[in-house]
Design a protein around this ligand. Structure first.
Ligand code: V47
Length: 382
């Protein structure tokens, strides 16, 4: 690899020696015009950790409600209760979606929603219990740190108590959303009423302490600076040193349409690939970096598999947060297409569960028959 930017040389030496990069080196990675060298280094680390293996999973997103008290400027999904398009699924509707997902082979439900002004915490515990009873073999990756903080507020329980109750009711892990950018300057602009960055980290720490693992995200491409991005990544790295509870990191590109920040330009492919690569290089204690195809587009996500990412995320099926904000991607990619994208990038597809155990479908119990054969989607392509 020819490095055209000489500032990358000492960084390259450290990466090749397996040494941890500093804050300032993170800034250099963000500022270097030599994206190919940054990507090459990230790919080196990715291949050292995973060789050619690239993961995906068969999952289903469920967003129980978009009614939300937070009014984050970054968000096009949240609504006031009486606003056009506001919805709140009844538990039975959630179970119906889940059972359909299970019949199609989903091994994970990714469950996140708005901060509803009237639903009590008990409602969400009932949801977990109901899902576990109906779909016992499906991993419940449910509720971001932001929702957990809100549940603690409305139930007057401590964060630890909320987490313990969620775990007892059936939650298996937590998704990584709501992290945005931890720095208070940015949060004040894009998500003023959400839990602070420090609180997000504190809730993640407490989840990890009781054995609930989680993912982590970073929302880039709005009002944040490079320093604030590196600060975010370094804070995640520090917490991971402490708990080892993070499973995967997902850099998320800001989509501005229909948000209060609609004047912000859309993310570029260059920024997407750089964020994947810098995350891989700075987060040396995270095993998995996801290229979330919904947000990146399948084409960029596929290229990201050569810039540090080792996972394409899942089949998804139904997605509202990015599509309300103008995403033009499909909401569903069949398993066979995810495998095709991975193979075409010269990688080896491996279906995984939420915690990255390889899935051997031949060892799983047979799928229940479809409730309505006319509605069978192509998730499994069988
Ligand atoms: O928390 C909200 C972000 C997140 C916008 O853990 C927006 O496996 C861009 O967290 N433009 C939800 N981003 C998505 C998420 C996620 C996705 C895939 C996998 C996992 C995982 C987690 O999307 C939100 C917020 O950070 N978001 N609005 C927007 N307009």
């Amino acid at each position: 690899m020819t490095i055209t930017d000489q500032r990358l040389k000492p960084i390259s030496d450290k990466v090749l020696a397996g040494e941890r990069l500093s804050f300032d080196e993170g800034i250099t990675l963000y500022r270097s015009p030599d994206l190919l060298a940054v990507g090459w280094l990230a790919n080196h680390v990715r291949e050292k950790k995973h060789g050619n293996v690239t993961y995906y999973n068969v999952n289903r997103h469920i967003n129980p409600t978009n009614i939300c008290v937070a009014h984050c400027k970054l968000c096009a999904f949240g609504r006031d209760p009486d606003a056009p398009g506001a919805y709140n699924f009844a538990l039975e509707e959630i179970y119906e979606r889940a059972e359909q997902g299970m019949r199609e082979g989903a091994l994970e439900f990714h469950i996140v929603g708005g901060l509803h002004p009237d639903l009590p915490f008990e409602y969400f515990l009932d949801m977990m219990r109901g899902l576990k009873k109906r779909c016992p073999g499906v991993h419940l990756k449910a509720f971001t740190m932001v929702e957990v903080g809100y549940f603690a507020r409305i139930s007057k329980l401590s964060v630890k108590e909320v987490l313990l109750k969620l775990k007892e009711a059936g939650a298996d892990s937590l998704p990584g959303g709501g992290a945005e950018i931890f720095h208070p300057r940015v949060r004040k602009i894009i998500c003023d009423h959400k839990v602070s960055g420090q609180m997000w980290l504190n809730i993640a720490r407490q989840a990890h302490e009781i054995g609930l693992r989680s993912n982590a995200t970073m929302l880039y491409g709005h009002v944040e600076t490079e320093e604030e991005r590196v600060d975010h990544l370094v804070k995640l790295r520090e917490l991971q040193d402490e708990t080892h509870g993070f499973v995967a990191f997902i850099p998320l590109a800001f989509h501005p349409d229909n948000t209060a920040l609609s004047h912000v330009p859309k993310p570029t492919g260059y920024a997407d690939l750089r964020n994947i690569a810098v995350s891989r290089l700075l987060l040396d204690n995270f095993d998995h970096i996801k290229a979330y195809w919904i947000m990146l587009t399948p084409s960029i996500a596929q290229i990201a598999l050569r810039f540090g990412a080792n996972d394409l995320d899942g089949t998804v099926v139904e997605e509202k947060i990015y599509h309300d904000a103008g995403a033009k991607t499909s909401e569903f990619t069949p398993r066979a297409e995810l495998e095709r994208l991975i193979r075409a990038a010269g990688r080896v597809p491996v279906e995984r569960d939420t915690l990255y155990h390889p899935v051997d479908r031949s060892k799983l119990p047979p799928l229940p028959p479809p409730a309505r054969p006319d509605l069978v989607s192509l998730t499994l392509n069988v």
